[in-house]
Design a protein around this ligand. Structure first.
Ligand code: ADP
Length: 283
């Protein structure tokens, strides 16, 4: 038996062989892509698991310091170990200060949990944004001065009424100001400015002259649990959720947050609030 067209037959054989090679190469390629994607996912999951474990340890660590302070000062008063009125006053002040720190930390953790569950609600009201910034800075001023830091406020007289949730915006300012104090301590100065711009609406900026943030971290610092690996930043205690809450609150207000920073040159976070009422996120 002989093939009627041997050339066509060998061409078909050649094509079939080629097809088989292509299928094998494609299968190997797909398997490789699968392996790489799975490895990436596993690495990411492991990183998230590590960050969550660190978070639990960091929260416990942060809770311990104010609790210890409150107990020590309270015991000293209870055992009458404080002799002058001035000392007594200092002990009461420290107890109030540390309790406030404790409740802000707990607020941050509870808010973060509510944000993660999608259960956080804000109430937007037409309020003078200048007043909200003013009272948040005044509330922070005392503890900043105790830490030897100067806080300078420069608000334009023409700041308009902005639809916002004043408690939530105060929390944003508190988180940014306490970060400026933590990571900007060497600079000894925190600046808060507020102005109205035609392109971005109301802009509130919080600046420090501290350690700064490297470009590789600019986007990541807003991720949940993320803390920079810079050893100078790691020297400070933290939980890695402060900026996540800030970003979430700004998004809920229909606004944005930008960061400008370079290592060793200080940092400026700018909040942009639109003048239009935000879409009623949980109003
Ligand atoms: P943390 O509790 O660690 O401060 P945040 O979410 O508030 O968590 O900040 C995330 C990271 O961003 C910090 O760990 C720090 O590395 C960096 N960061 C935030 N604010 C500043 C700042 N003003 N200067 C330098 N680094 C900052």
């Amino acid at each position: 038996v002989e093939p009627s067209d041997p050339v066509a037959l060998s061409e078909r054989k050649w094509r079939q062989q080629n097809n088989r090679i292509i299928i094998i190469v494609l299968a190997i390629g797909m398997a490789l892509v699968g392996i790489i994607l799975s490895a990436r996912m596993v690495t990411r999951e492991l990183e998230t698991a590590r960050m969550k474990t660190d978070f639990a340890a960091n929260v416990s660590h942060e809770l311990r310091s104010p609790i210890t302070q409150i107990r020590l000062k309270g015991e000293a008063l209870q055992l009458d170990l404080v002799f002058s009125d001035e000392d007594r006053r200092e002990h009461y002040d420290a107890i109030v200060r540390e309790s406030e720190r404790l409740s802000r930390l707990v607020d941050n953790v509870l808010d973060f949990a509510a944000i993660e569950r999608g259960a956080k609600r804000y109430t937007f009201r037409p309020v003078d944004i200048g007043e909200t910034v003013h009272s948040a800075v005044d509330a922070a001023r005392f503890s900043m001065e105790l830490r030897g830091m100067e806080i300078e406020l420069d608000l334009s007289d023409t700041l308009p009424v902005v639809f916002h949730d004043p408690e939530a915006v105060s929390q944003v300012l508190h988180n940014l100001i306490s970060n400026a104090a933590k990571y900007g301590r060497d600079g000894g100065w925190i600046g808060v400015t507020g102005e109205m711009t035609p392109e971005h609406g109301v802009q509130i900026a919080i600046s420090d002259r501290g350690i700064g943030i490297g470009p590789e971290d600019h986007a990541r610092i807003f991720e949940e649990y993320y803390r920079s690996n810079d050893p100078r930043a790691r020297r400070q205690k933290g939980t890695g959720i402060g900026l996540t809450i800030v970003r979430y609150i700004m998004e809920a207000h229909g606004g944005t947050i930008d960061v400008k920073s370079a290592i060793g040159q200080g940092t400026t976070f700018t909040l942009n609030f639109p003048l239009k009422p935000p879409d009623a996120v949980g109003t």
